[in-house]
Each structure stands twice: as structure tokens, then as C-alpha cells.
Design a protein around this ligand. Structure first.
Ligand code: SPD
Length: 309
């Protein structure tokens, strides 16, 4: 093993995930955040923003297949999809496998991250960032979504964690989720990376889920087992009608057989059902949660993992 650098990501004030890195391919401060692209000994090439591991070639398929196909299956035949964040193109790559999809808008604030991912992470985007159905808007996704009405079948919030110093935390508030609801068609589905499911740190996920539920009426937290995130990760789905968590695996496989082209490594009917068996302690944390995040009272997580509340 040739590990010359250790990236210590604070998962919480008292938990660190040390990623052994053999090469630093890029390190820069953009207008919005600190960006690194590195080669990790175990998990391949990785994107790190503000010290937080975003995605890497070794396990990205677990996260990207779940965050893309869960909402697409629930919708059934998505045509227009908006991805808030998603600069690496991994979620777009998966959405484009749906033959029904005509347009994917990627709205990311940081053009420097999009450019770096396009050039240095082709293993992840696999051409999606240059696909003719994809429109990249270097813009604040909040503004873009607020200006849209009944336009999208699926919105994927593929954002960085809501740290106070980072650009994403306003996109975890009720105002943002209400704008998403208005931007979606009546059958539309929102999915959002909503935080860790680790028992000591599940409050953020519970609050984000409760906030999404308050804007949409229904919200369910799916579980994504992404090793480099350090714990089971929550992907919360919201809709204005009940979310069908009990679809049969065979029916989902049939739907995907009809609508999806290209190979998948993680997702199928069984993975859908497994992801939506939310652990009991998570369901209880969500049920008991009272706090709704708003622009006045947003999530407050520091890069060191401390919370203000
Ligand atoms: N703590 C890690 C959460 C990362 C969520 N964003 C991932 C971006 C991958 N496209």
C-alpha cells in the first residue's frame, strides 16, 4: 500500500473516517467551496468538497443507482428530470438509462466542479455531462426551481451536506421543498440525500424528512448502504400522494425491463424493496421529530460535524 496522505473526514465531532489517499490529482478553492480530486487506495478516484467525501469510482454505483432509479420507478415513466447539484454526472448517467427521459437539467452552483468532474471523472459521468438530452445550468438550483411550475416528473437533490460554511444548506429547508412541489407535475417525485442513519446522528435525517413531509404531505426515508459515507445513508422521497413502498419486486423488474436500457450493478426490484424497509429506530426518530427547517431556522452543521442546535 502506498498511502501518502490521509483525508480525515469528520462524520461527527467525535467520529472520523480516514481515507487513505495515494495521489492528489487536484486541489483548489473555487468561488464556493474547497475541491479535491484524489485517488483513494481502497475505493479509486474520488471527489471531495469542503473535506467531505462526495463520490468515488469504487462505490458510487450504490448511491447513484438508488438516488436515480427509486424516484423513476415510483413515477413509472419520467420524461423531464431536474438534478440539483449532481455535478459529477453520476445521477444523470443513471436517469438517462430510462428510455422515457427526454430532458435532464443539472443545476449546479459551481461551474468549476462541473468542469473538473467532466475532465477528471469520466468513469463516473460516462458521457452523461455531454449527452444531448442533458442541459447544464451553472446556477442556484433554488432560483431555477422557484421559477418553474409543474415542469418536472422527478427532482433529484444530489447535494453536498448542509454545512453552514457550504453552499447547500438553504436547499434543506421547507421553502426549497415547497418550490420543488410547485415545480413538479402532480405525479412528480422528489428524492433528496438527507443525511446519516447512524443512530447517534439520525436527527438531521429526521428533521429533513419531517420538513419534506410538511411541504409535500408524504415522505419516506430509503436507506443507501454507501461504504465511504461511513454509515447507512438516508435518501428521503417526498410526494403529494402516498408513496408505494410495497411494490412487488417482479413488477418493478418488469417495468424496468420495458423502460430501462444499459446495465445496473445495484438496483432492481429487490433493491427497491430493501431500500424502503426503513429501520424501526429511523421511523421512530422521524415520527417523534418536531423541528421543521426553514430559511430562518436552517440546518446548522459545521464542517467539523458540530451542530448549533
Ligand atoms: N456525506 C456525503 C453525502 C454526499 C452527497 N452528495 C453526493 C454527490 C454524488 N453525486
Amino acid at each position: 500500500m502506498d498511502t501518502s496522505v490521509w483525508i480525515a473526514e469528520r462524520l461527527s465531532p467525535v467520529d472520523i473516517y480516514q481515507h487513505g489517499v495515494s495521489q492528489m490529482l487536484m486541489h483548489k478553492q473555487t468561488a464556493f467551496q474547497e475541491m479535491s480530486i484524489v485517488i483513494s487506495e481502497s475505493y479509486g478516484k474520488a471527489l471531495v468538497l469542503d473535506g467531505k467525501w462526495q463520490t468515488c469510482t469504487g462505490d458510487e454505483f450504490i448511491y447513484h443507482e438508488l438516488i436515480a432509479h427509486l424516484p423513476c420507478v415510483l413515477h413509472g415513466a419520467p420524461k423531464r428530470v431536474l438534478i440539483a447539484g449532481g455535478a459529477d454526472g453520476g445521477a444523470a448517467r443513471e436517469v438517462l438509462k430510462w428510455k422515457t427521459v427526454e430532458e435532464v437539467v443539472i443545476a449546479d452552483l459551481d461551474g468549476e466542479v462541473v468542469d473538473a468532474c467532466r475532465e477528471m471523472l469520466p468513469e463516473i459521468h460516462q458521457g452523461s455531462l455531454n449527452d444531448s438530452r442533458v442541459k447544464i445550468q451553472v446556477a442556484d438550483a433554488f432560483d431555477l426551481i422557484e421559477a418553474s411550475s409543474s415542469e418536472y416528473d422527478v427532482i433529484i437533490a444530489d447535494l453536498t451536506d448542509p454545512i453552514e460554511e457550504g453552499p447547500a444548506y438553504p436547499l434543506f429547508t421547507r421553502e426549497f421543498f415547497e418550490a420543488c412541489r410547485a415545480a413538479l407535475t402532480p405525479d412528480g417525485v422528489l428524492i433528496n440525500q438527507a443525511g446519516s442513519m447512524a443512530p447517534p446522528w439520525v436527527t438531521l435525517l429526521a428533521r429533513v424528512t419531517k420538513t419534506m413531509e410538511s411541504a409535500f404531505g408524504y415522505a419516506v426515508a430509503a436507506a443507501a448502504p454507501v461504504p465511504t459515507y461511513g454509515s447507512l445513508w438516508g435518501l428521503t422521497i417526498a410526494r403529494t400522494k402516498p408513496i408505494e413502498t410495497g411494490l412487488s419486486p417482479a413488477k418493478i423488474d418488469e417495468l424496468m425491463q420495458e423502460h430501462v436500457q444499459g446495465s445496473l450493478r445495484m438496483f432492481d426490484g429487490s433493491a427497491f424493496v430493501a431500500a424502503l424497509q426503513t429501520p424501526r429506530y429511523v421511523r421512530q426518530a422521524i415520527e417523534q421529530e418536531q423541528t421543521i427547517y426553514t430559511l430562518e431556522n436552517p440546518p446548522a452543521l459545521s464542517a467539523e460535524g458540530d451542530r448549533r442546535e
